[in-house]
Design a protein around this ligand. Structure first.
Ligand SMILES: [Zn+2]
Length: 504
């Protein structure tokens, strides 16, 4: 299987596409003009300790001095450093008066927990935490904690034991096991630990020689996260359409990724390519079209059938429909084949559209229990490529398959779209005919209620053209009945359901 990562960079938006065998499988989007500084780590200098406020101002090289409260200062453990609080990497301890923890002019390593807003400086902590895909490294701690959102006791114990062993073997640091670690292999977690250890070593190394105000760690950008998470898999190429991002990724890959030897490292960096073609990178690979299709409700299948995917507040439903083969002789066999294709298509669509929560699949009815088993197996096998955790349950008495998919980011539809104003998100608008008769009723109501010589009706072009065309006789009747003249004006700013009856 060939896998490629395509990265499209524009000033305000970065998109990462995962393409397997020429087919788009995943899309990640990061938007925003200015990234904040939250998560960044700086070498700072304490400017002023303020005992009255139990806090200190710290210069971290930003426009305004940042704020560090005593509660967010961790103390060095007994027996290490000089114990008076000026260790670069203190460990957790009970809160002391701020002037026992910090002194003016002291160098200190801090992480930003809140962006500066208006005249307020950034808020800091000395408790460093570095996230990776499945873990968060707490270099000053020795505790391994598991996210409460992982509910299964056996899985919690497995993860805790696994990560504790990995931690003990690599430096005894503390870790938080994140929710999406659920079900991940020992290898995947070991890679995360190795990555975090390299990141931490680099931070310590950089900090030693850094000047005050230097940023020694930056929260990873989407392209970097993509390379970090995806290069460990069998990715043939990472293609990026920005020279600047390309250069940053090469440096990042060389610094952070597993590098058994110089040859390996060279091979790894070689897999990152700068795309310089004239056609936009996503056009070149048909990704743009696939993104458009991923916003449609209908997904055509090769067999002639199709899926209808509906997202509601509570769940996502997938309806599998037959094509036009119903007259064929071997119906059960054709249904079976369509369901097999649908099972693969559903797995791909869930990943591509990043659908989560409860998902209900209504396959075409099958009589043969062996066919049902095979469809279920195909679904499970196709889902195994998904990085999000999925659980599939058996066919329900009504022939539905229930499953769940855990994800941390909103669905593609919610990321790219908003509820339609024309239909108010119902997915259906009143027909031109329905609106026409509504207008007729409103005219009668208005004339009975108010005094008026003439009436003006403003509506959408389609509605007005129906009234003045097919319904022109009805308008004449209405004018005679009411004894008023009615004029119709089309306005293309009006949505199909909108209209105004104006009394003149
Ligand atoms: Zn709509």
């Amino acid at each position: 299987m060939s896998e490629e990562i395509l990265i499209n960079v524009t000033p305000r938006e970065t998109r990462v596409a995962v393409v397997e065998n020429g087919m788009l499988q995943e899309l990640h989007i990061e938007r925003g003009w200015r990234r904040g500084v939250v998560g960044n780590i700086y070498k700072g200098k304490v400017q002023r300790v303020m005992p009255g406020m139990q806090a200190a101002f710290v210069d971290i090289g930003l426009e305004r001095a940042a704020f560090l409260h005593a509660n967010d200062v961790v103390r060095p453990p007994a027996g290490t450093g000089n114990g008076d609080g000026d260790s670069l990497f203190p460990a957790p301890g009970p809160t002391l008066p701020v002037n026992e923890l910090l002194r003016d002019g002291q160098d200190i390593v801090v992480q930003v927990v809140k962006d500066p807003i208006g005249s307020k400086g950034a808020r800091l902590t000395t408790q460093i935490s570095i996230p990776s895909r499945y873990l968060v490294l707490l270099p000053q701690s020795r505790v391994v904690g598991v996210s409460a959102r992982i509910e299964d006791d056996v899985e919690r114990t497995r993860l805790k034991t696994l990560v504790s062993e990995l931690a003990a073997a690599t430096g005894g640091h503390g870790y938080i096991v994140r929710t999406n670690a659920e079900g991940q292999s020992a290898e995947a977690l070991a890679e995360d630990v190795a990555y975090l250890q390299r990141a931490w070593a680099l931070i310590e190394h950089t900090t030693a020689d850094a000047r005050v105000g230097a940023r020694v760690y930056e929260d990873l950008t989407l392209p970097m996260r993509a390379v970090r998470d995806l290069m460990r898999r069998d990715v043939d190429k990472v293609k990026v359409d920005s020279r600047d991002t390309y250069e940053k990724l090469c440096i990042f890959a060389a610094q952070y990724l597993p590098t058994p030897g110089p040859a390996e490292q060279a091979r790894l960096v070689d897999r990152i390519e700068c795309y310089t073609g004239n056609r936009p990178i996503f056009d070149m690979y048909g990704v743009e079209d696939e993104i458009q299709r991923a916003l449609n409700k209908d997904v055509p299948l090769k067999s002639g059938g199709y899926l209808v995917i509906d997202q509601t507040e509570a769940m996502t439903t997938v309806d599998v429909n037959t094509g036009s083969f119903l007259g064929q002789r071997n119906l059960e066999e054709t249904v079976f084949r369509t369901n097999l294709e649908a099972a693969q298509a559903v797995a791909r669509q869930l990943r591509l559209r990043n659908l989560g929560g409860i998902i209900i699949i209504d396959f075409i009815d099958m009589v043969d229990p062996e066919h049902r088993r095979q469809v279920l197996r195909t679904l499970e096998k196709s889902l195994s490529k998904d990085h999000a955790k999925t659980t599939v349950y058996d066919f329900s008495p009504l022939g539905l398959v229930e499953m769940t998919r855990k994800r941390t980011v909103e669905s593609l539809q919610r990321q790219l779209g908003e509820s339609c104003t024309a239909c108010g998100g119902r997915g259906i608008v009143k027909t031109v005919e329905t609106v026409t008769y509504e207008i007729f009723r409103e005219i009668v109501r208005a004339v009975r209620q108010f005094e008026a010589e003439r009436l003006l009706v403003i509506a959408s072009p389609r509605v007005v053209s129906m009234i003045t065309d097919e319904e022109s006789a009805a308008v004449v009747e209405l004018e005679e009945f009411l004894g008023k003249s009615i004029r119709f004006q089309s306005d293309d700013q009006y949505l199909q359901e909108q209209f105004d009856v104006v009394l003149l």
